[in-house]
Design a protein around this ligand. Structure first.
Ligand code: GTP
Ligand code: MG
Length: 231
């Protein structure tokens, strides 16, 4: 208990115990989601970034390019609105919007409900790829496994190259690091090599791609990656 105001400090044994049991319950639900995604015949991705780094735009371009060859299903996570789901629906693929009503991240039980709704749109057909777009936030989503096979962290050029050092958790727990909006490099003081080196210092196994969904630069490597993991 905090001596100043009486609030519970995050390091209180009681709070730590509750957090641990919440995370254990989340992990169990994530495990179940993982198997459900595999039962659909799909690979699952969890896209994490700050608000506006380009997650939905990347998805739109991905569906435009690969939507005829791969069966793609999308689960959108936001605090409020169906806006991202509407953008994805316009591309003609099954999509479910989850709204957290305030929570700054998705958790596995909620994604389980998203999978129920996604399955309801499939009429028994399978999928090759399930993409979960997390709530825009570079911090909290890193703590919650959703059942994904690969976690993808995005960082856009305008956000600054110091973000891997300042928000290491999501870089430590991701497999893929996408540097987005490279078309804006001429206008920002952003060093791709320095950002990549810092991210690799945190997680030497990170696979890194730099791309622009707007100009198309670097997108082929991302498409190849998706073709590879869905083979
Ligand atoms: N210049 C440039 N702008 C981009 C690129 N990708 C996305 N944008 C723009 O960035 C803004 C945010 O893009 P979104 O795709 O909505 O970002 P998001 O990560 O899905 O945002 P949230 O869901 O709110 O977290 C939009 O105005 C996009 O047009 C890019 O490669 N280059
Ligand atoms: Mg979005």
């Amino acid at each position: 208990m905090c001596d100043t105001c009486g609030c519970h400090s995050p390091s209180d044994p009681l709070i730590v115990e509750v957090n641990q049991s919440l995370l254990a319950a989340n992990d169990e639900a994530a495990h179940a989601n993982h198997h459900r995604i595999e039962a659909m015949g799909a690979v699952g991705l969890n896209l994490i970034s700050s608000p506006g780094s380009g997650k939905t735009t990347l998805l739109e371009k991905t569906i435009e390019m690969l939507g005829r060859d791969l069966r793609i299903g999308v689960i959108e996570g936001d605090i409020e609105t169906e806006l991202d789901a509407e953008r994805i629906r316009a591309k003609g693929v099954p999509v479910v919007q989850l709204t957290t009503g305030g929570a700054c991240h998705l958790d596995a039980p909620l994604v389980g409900k998203g999978l129920d709704a996604l399955e309801g749109q499939l009429d028994g057909a399978g999928l090759d790829l399930v993409v979960i777009e997390n709530v825009g936030n570079l911090v909290c989503p890193a703590t919650f496994a959703l059942g994904e096979h690969q976690r993808v962290v995005l960082l856009s050029v305008p956000e600054g190259q110091d973000k891997p050092a300042k928000y290491p958790g999501v870089f430590r727990t991701s497999q893929i690091f996408l540097l987005t909006k490279t078309d804006l490099l001429p206008y920002f003081d952003f060093d791709i090599a320095a950002a990549s080196a810092e991210a690799r210092r945190i997680n030497p196994a990170l696979q890194i791609m730099a791309l622009s969904a707007t100009s198309g630069e670097g997108m082929e490597a991302w498409f190849d990656f998706l073709r590879q993991i869905t083979k």
